[in-house]
Design a binder for this molecule. Structure first.
Ligand SMILES: [Zn+2]
Ligand SMILES: [Zn+2]
Length: 347
């Protein structure tokens, strides 16, 4: 088969790779019809995540058709349309029993290296999915591939962090970071009927899209977003701030922008080991901090797909480029340079 292969840090190519097959009774093999490039794929490419095997397939956002299943797969059969979860949970540990799949003892991720299960990725013509009953979700014919493909990752991440943030109707919300996760968070936050949503970023095209999606854009190159949010809230600050960047300055902005008694929820991926935390001030203001960590996909993707079906969320708005899998190197270049917001690959 053809697949996008990780060669080394900074280098991918499209090449031949052996077809996967069912190796465990709980496996399914899926013929990929649509795959997407995710920001976390860039972490591999930039060498921030170690352990990726040279010349192995990358990628974990996909929709496809089941071609083979192991004897113990009960929910799927060949011919079924499915979307896959980036997170491959075991379904048997203490956390999985509590439906906290993102805390699974196993914590495997498709196409993400030897420390996360050493599984081949899904930017390929075929992909093997372990524990298929838990890690695939059926896609009914009312949905296109493009509407469903993000349910296994960034769309559901938006649903998950809004829920964890405890948004209430009438709240003023601020979202820091207008990347794909920030924009999905925005689309989902609207379902809670907030009074106002601010979107903080520096990229004018992304802020423009956020504005089209109902947010008040705040370009932090031009204005002080904290001052603007305070001005709009009687000097109190936002009820809920959701940080979707994963860098210390963005978290600091979130702490500054939240009101006393409000909530800061963090879904941006932080890799710094420490942070100079203003504990006394945050304690005095009684701020609740929710660290989102990895999205609990399998607990929330039903709801995510329902929001797509009922028209609350249109994931296709974020797709800026669609191209053949063979052109994936160019797709990565466009995505890495921020010329593309979201790239779809067709194997
Ligand atoms: Zn991802
Ligand atoms: Zn588990």
């Amino acid at each position: 088969m053809r697949a996008v292969l990780f060669e080394d840090i900074g280098s991918i190519r499209v090449g031949d790779y052996p077809d996967p097959s069912v190796v465990d009774a709980k496996d399914a093999v899926v013929k990929v019809t649509t795959a997407a490039i995710c920001g976390s794929d860039l972490h591999l490419l930039h060498g921030r995540i170690p352990g990726m095997r040279a010349d192995s397939p990358i990628g974990h956002e996909f929709v496809g058709t089941v071609t083979a299943v192991g004897d113990e797969v009960t929910r799927f059969k060949p011919g079924d349309r499915v979307v896959g979860s980036f997170l491959i949970a075991c379904g048997q540990c203490w956390y999985c029993a509590r439906e906290e799949y993102s805390n699974c003892d196993q914590l495997w991720i498709l196409g993400y290296g030897m420390f996360t299960g050493d599984l081949d990725g899904a930017q390929a013509q075929l992909v093997r999915v372990p524990i298929a009953d838990l890690n695939l979700h059926a896609v009914d014919d009312s949905l296109t591939d493009e509407q469903a493909v993000f349910a296994g990752d960034i769309l559901t991440t938006g649903v998950y962090i809004c829920e964890r943030a405890g948004i209430r109707p009438g709240d003023t919300i601020a979202i820091v970071g207008a990347g794909p996760v920030g924009l999905f968070t925005l689309m989902n936050a609207r379902a809670y009927e907030p009074a106002q949503i601010f979107m903080v970023d520096v990229a004018t095209d992304r802020l423009k899209l956020a504005e089209q999606l109902g947010a008040t854009p705040l370009d932090s190159n031009k204005v002080n977003p904290v001052v603007e949010i305070q001005r709009a809230t009687g000097e109190r600050g936002a009820d809920v701030v959701i940080e979707c960047v994963g860098l210390a300055p963005a978290f600091t902005t979130a702490l500054d922008a939240v009101r006393a008694g409000g909530t800061v929820a963090v879904i941006g991926v932080h890799s710094d080991l420490t942070y100079d935390f203003p504990i006394g001030e945050v304690w005095r203001r009684g701020v609740t901090i929710v660290m989102g960590a990895t999205c609990n996909v399998q607990a929330y993707w039903d709801r995510a797909l329902e929001l797509v079906k009922n028209g609350t969320v249109d994931p296709t708005i974020l797709i800026s480029h669609t191209m053949p899998l063979e052109e994936a190197v160019e797709g990565y270049r466009l995505f890495e340079s921020h010329e593309a917001l979201k790239v779809i690959l067709k194997p």
